[in-house]
Design a protein. Structure first.
Length: 491
């Protein structure tokens, strides 16, 4: 494939006279900041100045971008995505238990390191194309050291900012009963990677090493060993699934269990936390999450459709718990964060309207604005991922992860408010420029580091190979076996 870096990147970029839409640390969680015209100066990897429009002078040889007809906004921070899963497809109609049985217990076992490379690369590029500049990547296909190495290679080549959370363990080592063995190869690989530069997988810190750990509670001694090792080696964040409910009872009460084991801290991100909306939930977990500083990664699009349960996104906001958004899997939902914002906001509005309607009343106003969903996908996501001091907003001193929207596009031409426009009307087609760490990775609507057509050819080839390897497998038999093993009550 073509070049994987951009040697002609300017050392400075001046964004001139754009309509700036961002939350800052001074803005309240449920406020709506005022969008305003501004210049933004990027030098190296950081934002060094913001000022009145046409007031900043560009340094010598700076790239000057006329943003008169553009919106300037922070890139999205996706707090939960299985990036490698761009190599698999066709899961849009599955339930959660069906996904576990057919993907985790069958299809994923046939994914090679070569497949992981192209899936990871395509997934990173899909994120960038849609204006997502940072991802918490729950990499649960770490079947070998080579799989991990290829995922890292692809992520670095893409230009995406990634907290690459290597799963330990990865996939089930037996099915009847289901069991996963922590691999010492994975442990040694983590130690080796962390030792190079304190968890930094690139010299500029754009890609860092995290841990995905879903085995907590099965072996307390191993839990203590693995989590303590991660913290000792500066492997952060640590992310885990918390779902519960009829489809995934084994993943319930996770905040409480981590706390009881002495493992809950502010470097943890729990994905979904839909268990907090299920019958028999532990209400005290909300306070555990708030006090510990642990974050929630909500993925409302697939949570609603697969059986995870009701999204708890806005309930977390009300209770003062850190929460961000994610897309989860490209094989199930959109690769863009725009639907995630809409699903989160409209679900909360629909819930509130129903509560009122059940009492024969009508809400006079919606409690949460479009801007609140924008915050969830930007600064809120950075807070949930524990990196709000570095990214998530456009402020002096922060890393330059910035998106420019075409305000004259078909979708946005008559939209005055960029917060509303980005949440309700925009798509990846409106994302004109993407800057990560001060580097232009999408320009005039086209990805810079890779030729997508070449990536697409390899993606289709490898995806076909994966399907061929398990085409003789009886997916329905595996699903029925899982239903029986976990004593799921299906209707």
């Amino acid at each position: 494939m073509s070049k994987s870096s951009s040697p002609n990147q300017p050392s400075s970029i001046l964004l001139r006279n754009g309509l700036l839409a961002t939350f800052t640390k001074k803005d309240g969680v449920t406020t709506t900041p005022s969008a305003h015209r501004a210049d933004v100066l990027i030098q190296g990897d950081k934002i060094t100045a913001t000022d009145k429009p046409r007031s900043l002078d560009p340094p010598d040889e700076a790239l000057v971008i006329d943003c008169t007809d553009k919106w300037i906004a922070p890139g999205f921070v996706d707090t939960h995505r299985h990036v490698w899963m761009s190599i698999v497809s066709g899961h849009e109609d599955w339930t959660l238990a069906e996904y576990v049985a057919k993907l985790s217990f069958i299809a994923a076992l046939h994914v090679t390191a070569e497949d992981v490379y192209i899936g990871e690369l395509a997934g990173c590029l899909q994120a960038l194309h849609g204006g997502t500049t940072a991802v918490v990547d729950h990499f649960h296909c770490s079947n070998s050291a080579n799989h991990i190495e290829k995922a890292i290679q692809a992520t670095i080549e893409s230009g995406l900012r990634s907290m690459l959370c290597v799963s330990c363990p990865s996939l089930p080592s037996s099915f009847e009963p289901p069991h996963a063995q922590i691999s010492e190869i994975q442990i040694e690989t983590l130690k080796t990677l962390a030792a190079k530069d304190k968890g930094r997988l690139t010299p500029d810190g754009r890609v860092t090493l995290g841990l995905a750990y879903d085995m907590q509670g099965l072996n307390p001694t191993e839990d203590e060993r693995i989590i303590s090792l991660a913290r000792e080696l500066n492997i952060t964040p640590i992310t885990a699934h918390s779902v519960g409910g009829p489809h995934l009872k084994a993943y319930s009460k996770k905040a409480r269990l981590w706390n009881e084991a002495g493992l809950l801290a502010d470097d943890v991100i729990f994905s979904h936390c839909t268990d907090l909306g299920h019958k028999g939930c532990d209400e005290s977990e909300w306070e555990l999450l708030r006090k510990s500083g642990a974050g929630i990664a909500a993925t409302p699009e697939d949570e609603l459709g697969m059986g995870h349960g009701e999204p708890v996104t806005y309930e977390a906001i009300k209770r003062g718990v850190k929460v961000g958004l994610g897309i989860d899997c490209a094989s199930i939902t959109s690769t863009e964060m725009f639907p995630a914002m809409r699903f989160a906001l409209q679900h909360e509005r629909g819930r509130a309207h129903k509560v009122a309607a059940d009492e024969d009343k009508a809400l006079k106003y919606n409690a949460f604005t479009a801007a609140s969903a924008f915050r969830l996908a930007t600064l809120g996501g950075a807070e949930a991922a524990h990196i709000e001091s570095k990214i998530g907003s456009i402020e002096i001193g922060k890393l330059a992860d910035i998106v420019l929207y075409d305000a004259n596009s078909i979708n946005l031409a008559n939209i005055i408010d960029p917060f509303k426009g980005i949440v309700f009307h925009a798509t990846a087609a409106d994302v004109e420029w993407v800057i990560v760490n001060g580097e232009v990775v999408k320009k005039d609507g086209k990805l810079v580091r890779k030729e997508w057509n070449e990536v697409a050819k390899e993606l289709k080839r490898c995806a076909g190979n994966v399907r061929d390897r398990y085409k003789e497998s009886d997916l329905e038999a595996r699903y029925n076996a899982l239903i029986k093993q976990f004593e799921l009550q299906m209707v």
